[in-house]
Design a protein around this ligand. Structure first.
Ligand code: GUN
Length: 282
């Protein structure tokens, strides 16, 4: 069994981004800028945003965080996004999800200018992904693809089972895999017999937020298992959606939690923001 070390791969990607930032500064006097909009006081969202801001600083980005109370109106959020759409120093806009219940998430995400949509959640970029055109791709699934590339894992013709069909993870993940010529099965909460699908797969990718959902008897010998889940359990520790202890014994490759997919998400956000800054028209 080989561990896929997301932490060191993410560090490598961050190093490459930092070099790219330096080059862009020297050649075009452009400093990539990221605006983060954070609403409410969900501790997990605050922790993620703090990590994103720290990573921006590390690679030399300009970054601003708009911290708003959860009583904020939809129109005030929209006004802030429109301001960021117009701000020439900002190349990427990220609205941290989930949003408070009174806010229409789909409507908010559609206000972000597609060319600054570094999270890849705007329907314009989702459409380009499904069509196989260049655009911004959601950071977590993009990070998983980077892992496959770094570990020379060939996807062509492979049977891949994606567990979870969210707009943030499962759906873009399945599209990326299909674009890479894998045979993709997307499973979700209404799937009748999850085990029959995971057992048949060469590669299992799970992102549902259910601690230890994937057990030893659900994966075949030699499978590749990618765990996107991050769950805090009662004793305060972080675990994934895969029962790592038992499943890892059967795998050829597996990602740990923490230190697997998580760090890749931030690395790809930086990479997407640099990509946007390179296209900035001055
Ligand atoms: N909430 C959980 N994951 C993400 C993500 O990748 N981007 C944003 N904006 N919010 C999230």
């Amino acid at each position: 069994m080989q561990l896929i070390d997301g932490k060191s791969l993410a560090n490598r990607v961050q190093g490459d981004v930092a070099k790219g930032v330096e080059k862009l500064k020297q050649e075009k006097n452009i400093v990539p800028g990221l605006a983060v909009i954070l609403i409410g006081d969900d501790p997990a969202s605050h922790a993620y945003v703090k990590m994103k801001a720290k990573a921006c600083e590390k690679v030399g980005f300009y970054s601003i965080t708009h911290n708003m109370p959860d009583t904020i109106s939809q129109s005030e959020i929209i006004a802030t996004i429109e301001m960021m759409n117009q701000n020439p120093r900002i190349d990427g806009i990220l609205v941290q999800l989930p949003l408070p219940k009174h806010v229409d998430t789909d409507m908010i995400l559609e206000v972000i200018a597609p060319h600054k949509d570094v999270d890849g959640f705007h329907p314009f970029n989702v459409g380009r992904l499904v069509t196989g055109l260049d655009g911004f791709v959601a950071c977590t699934p993009l990070g998983v693809m980077k892992m496959f590339e770094a570990y020379d894992i060939d996807l062509e013709g492979k049977d891949v089972c994606v567990v979870g069909a969210s707009n943030i993870v499962g759906k873009p993940m399945s599209s990326l895999l299909l674009n890479a010529n894998a045979t993709v099965t997307t499973t979700h909460i209404y799937t009748k017999d999850l085990k029959s699908h995971t057992l048949a797969a060469d590669i299992v990718i799970v992102g549902v937020g259910v601690p230890s959902l994937i057990k030893e008897d659900m994966v075949r010998d030699g499978a590749i298992v990618i765990d996107i889940g991050i769950n805090r359990i009662e004793d305060g520790s972080l675990v994934g959606d895969v029962d790592f202890h038992s499943v890892s014994k059967k795998c050829s490759f597996i990602t740990p939690v923490p230190g697997g997919v998580g760090p890749m998400t931030i690395a790809m956000l930086l990479s997407n923001t640099l990509k946007s800054a390179r296209k900035r028209e001055i």
